[in-house]
Ligand binder design. Structure first.
Ligand SMILES: Cc1cc2nc3c(=O)[nH]c(=O)nc-3n(C[C@H](O)[C@H](O)[C@H](O)COP(=O)(O)O)c2cc1C
Length: 183
């Protein structure tokens, strides 16, 4: 089974997971700006990874606008974010990024990334600075909000190679089920 990992990364966290996945699955790795859909559509399994930016998956339009060309492929998405890995995170991400139809075709995973203010582009730095002001004005900021404020001065990296195991396991399970002949 031929697999490809396509990814987009602003500050390096998704890039790290994409590289680990391509190593573990021994498969091709393509940065989204270099991905050509007609070539990607030849793969049996397409894995797309992007960071979460206000719950949206960075670069996900590459998949969303090409779903018709990927009908024959297994589609897997992984989103990376600063939020701890909780069950409701994945639910929110799926609901915010995919239509009911797309949800049926795409298996989505969440991998905890990190937060690196120093590596962010100007636009993101402004957004995060505004968010910091908003959080600072709150009487009782949540633990996540306090975490964001702390991470602005001290970059945090929650990536762990073992986090990819759930995706590797899923891809390997596709490999075996594809070979089962139903008579
Ligand atoms: C403007 C902005 C918005 C973000 N929104 C979210 C979010 O909604 N959920 C989350 O978990 N992390 C959020 N993050 C953190 C990033 O998703 C996290 O740093 C991610 O690992 C970045 O991946 P990348 O460096 O590969 O692009 C946000 C970061 C920025 C700068």
């Amino acid at each position: 089974m031929e697999t490809v990992v396509v990814y987009k990364s602003k500050t390096g966290f998704t890039n790290k997971y994409a590289n680990w996945l391509s190593e573990a699955l021994n498969c091709d790795l393509v940065e989204v700006s270099k991905a050509e859909i007609n070539r990607i559509a030849h793969y049996d399994t397409v894995i797309y990874g992007g960071g979460l930016y206000m719950v949206g998956i960075n670069g996900i339009n590459f998949l969303r606008s090409n779903m018709d060309k990927l009908k024959a492929s297994n589609i897997i998405v992984f989103a990376t974010g600063a939020t701890p890995d909780r069950e409701e995170v994945i639910e929110d991400v799926v609901n915010a990024n995919f239509t009911v139809e797309q949800k049926k075709q795409i298996k989505t995973f969440y991998l905890r990334g990190g937060f690196n203010f120093d590596e962010m582009r100007v636009g993101d730095k402004i957004l995060i600075s505004l968010l910091k002001v908003k959080i600072k004005m709150k009487k009782n900021p949540s633990a996540d909000e306090r975490g964001i404020v702390a991470a602005i001065t001290h970059p945090v990296d929650f990536t762990k190679k073992s986090n990819i195991e759930k995706i590797v396991g899923y891809v390997n399970s596709l490999d075996t089920t594809d070979n089962i002949e139903i008579k």
